[in-house]
Design a protein. Sequence first.
Length: 886
Amino acid sequence: MDGAGLPEAATGAEAPVTTATTCAYCGVGCGVLATPAADGSVAIKGDPDHPANLGRLCVKGSALGETLSTEGRLLAPRINGQDADWDTALDLVADKFHKAIDTHGPDSVAFYVSGQLLTEDYYVANKLMKGFIGSANIDTNSRLCMASSVAGHKRAFGTDTVPGTYEDIEQADLVVLVGSNLAWCHPVLYQRLAAAKAANPRLKVVNIDPRRTATSDLADLHLAIAPGSDVALFNALLVHIHEMGAVDSRFVADHVDGFDGALAAASSDDPARTGLTEAEISRFLSLWTAREKVVTIYSQGVNQSSSGADKVNAILNCHLATGRIGKPGMGPFSVTGQPNAMGGREVGGLANMLANHLDLENADHRDAVQGFWASPTMADKPGLKAVDMFKAVKSGQIKALWVMCTNPVVSMPDADYVRKAIAGCEFVAVSDMYGSTDTAQLAHVALPATGWGEKDGTVTNSERVISRQRPFRQPPGQARHDWAIIADVGRRMGWEEAFAFSSPAEVFDEYARLSTVTRSFGRDFDISGLSGLSVTDYDNLSPTRWPVTSGKTGGRFFGDGGFFTASGRANMLALRSKAVAQAPDSDLPFVLNTGRVRDQWHTMTRTGQAARLSQHTGEPYLEIHPEDAAKLGLEPATLARLANPHGSAVLRVKHSDNMRRGEVFAPMHWTGQTAVTGRINALVAPVTDPVSGQPESKAATVAVAPYAPAYYGFAVSLSEFHPQTGYWARARVANGWQAEFADITAPEDWLAFAQTLFGIEGADVTSLIDDATGIARVALYKDGKLVAALFASRDPVAVARGFVAGQLGTCGRAVLAGQPGADQPDPGPTVCACFNVGINTILRGIDEMGLTSVDAIGEALDAGTNCGSCRPELSALLNTRKQAAE
Ligand code: SF4
């Protein structure tokens, strides 16, 4: 069995063993040192020897040890909700896929996979679907994240190549962030940038984002650009580069095609589309041409767009025209959202790609891969991209679907449609760590997969560094590695030899050996130098930047040309800006932007387990400009209903002058398990970029209106509880659970409501209920300890949530006051999750202790001195106080 041979967790009898592994979350790909202790806890530290983070971690990474509970884990295969043995479950999956293929052909089946799979998992899945089933119907949630960058790279460079390295960020004199809230989404890169800026006063930062975010506080210039208008801005830059004589004529003459056409198209574009003032645009253009060492970092704000690929190419055009690419401190830099989005791209995990960055539509490439695999067939046309795949599931074209390591019922656009599509599919298999995800609940067969800390393989981060994810604990129950599950199904479908893998090292070796065959095509991706590694060498593999060949290891690409097009020359594209696909109108007057919060990851299946990660943002919210809110009658902390023809959501209102008027923002993490009305992707239309197929998740149109509940509620309990109200959002707290809730009718009997809500029998009850004012406060005690408490009122509940949650398990006699006594000031909502320092404590420190810098706050209050994720917010609080004083 594939679990065999993994290290045992520490038992206390032996000295603690530290395992060097890689973070499970974003594409920065930080190295992590994990040390299990005898009590089952796992100490986490940043790996000082890993080139991505050099010892740093953000708050999500540093809390990895708090996400390892086996609570909620899928421990055995399940068929139609009943536990089954592996043989029966795998036979059923193989049989259902076989029958669909026999009856309806290979394009009647599909895999929907994930950038959180390891490269070995991805490789085996791609091999099975493309080379043996004979369809390219394998697509990945990276389609929602990176596909526009892939398309842009291929159009400009001939391959999907990230030219530079993280060190370029530190060597630059100008870093331009486009559509990237680096401080929250790639925090360790943000920390590296902040440190570089502190050390180099010449280094300037420009932040291009419709929203002012935590990242903007580091920026010398924030450009609140109109959604979707990035092409117009970079076209203006290209014209300026030309006018200022900043074109690198030698580089263009030697290595680039399409300059004249790109410049002509850029000249005919209209910078006014950006919504920026001439002075703002002019300042940006001047900064760009005054500094040679420019790095442009871009992520989802660029990619998740109906013109995402064009935005990428508009950025690449400027770097190609100036030759500022592949040299120290210079280059375009796409940063990936997921830990192994890059690995997935390398093995051909997208429906339109082949392994090793080869082209599915190139017969020579197909023949080489098919020959190497000795496979009976080979997909010869692109398969269904994510949005189209779920349309095909809904229409019945896909008869058998296998979802691996992802939760499309929450994360896909038009998520309610996707739920209906999956629910109606003839056969659905889901491999996941958890059986309760919104998607796993719809599976005919649920297969327990290993998770972080158990998985064994490799990932590639945004700077092309391949790192080992190593196991340091046994998988729970019968969980197995994804590569092993897929290989087992492949063998059951009749391809014994091709899927006779017995270890991840064997899979990786085959993958590396494929490079020795495909290298004759002269592509960028080549790891032939890693073929033939022994199991020990593979186990000990240090972080390694590809390519790894006899001639070149690591380094940058394209500083001296050498592009991977047929001519060897890069392409500049003639581009004109386009409007976002959906324009707001009188029915849907707001543009909805979606994104991440600081302390959560994707659909929260793992980060949602760490209580301290829920303290920063415990429920989904709607960020809206105060003037828009006033027009709609939306007070802070009330609830708003968003709706459009695709779906609806109810969210907590947060006034913010960081928003442009007419635009709103909502985070995308909440699921049917954590917030009944918070699945924001239900409102994202399935509109995609025509080149990349990536959905426009940053610019849906919605109507916003007050949701007027009869009451608002807040509750805590030592045991898990699940409100059954019209609105609710729940999260873990240090020793229990909390929930915000509301409904359009109020309970007639609050004590009976509390009984049903908590399901706790035989408790001593203390209450304060006033029907005239609508105030209800109920506390439940057992054995003299507070086990649950409920607060309700007609207005948003004004209690100190941290204080209330902290009373659980204590005598908690003062809990109904909802606030600490005068001798215990309310710390307020958590800003620093590492040291649990609240906003009120920090503001008091600024006002009363005279703290004037982030470092001074750290020295006095500890805040920001561990992972550093809250430092941008500390800086913002200082700025706010400073502005108020001026
Ligand atoms: Fe993990 Fe944070 Fe590093 Fe991303 S920045 S890889 S989430 S520790």
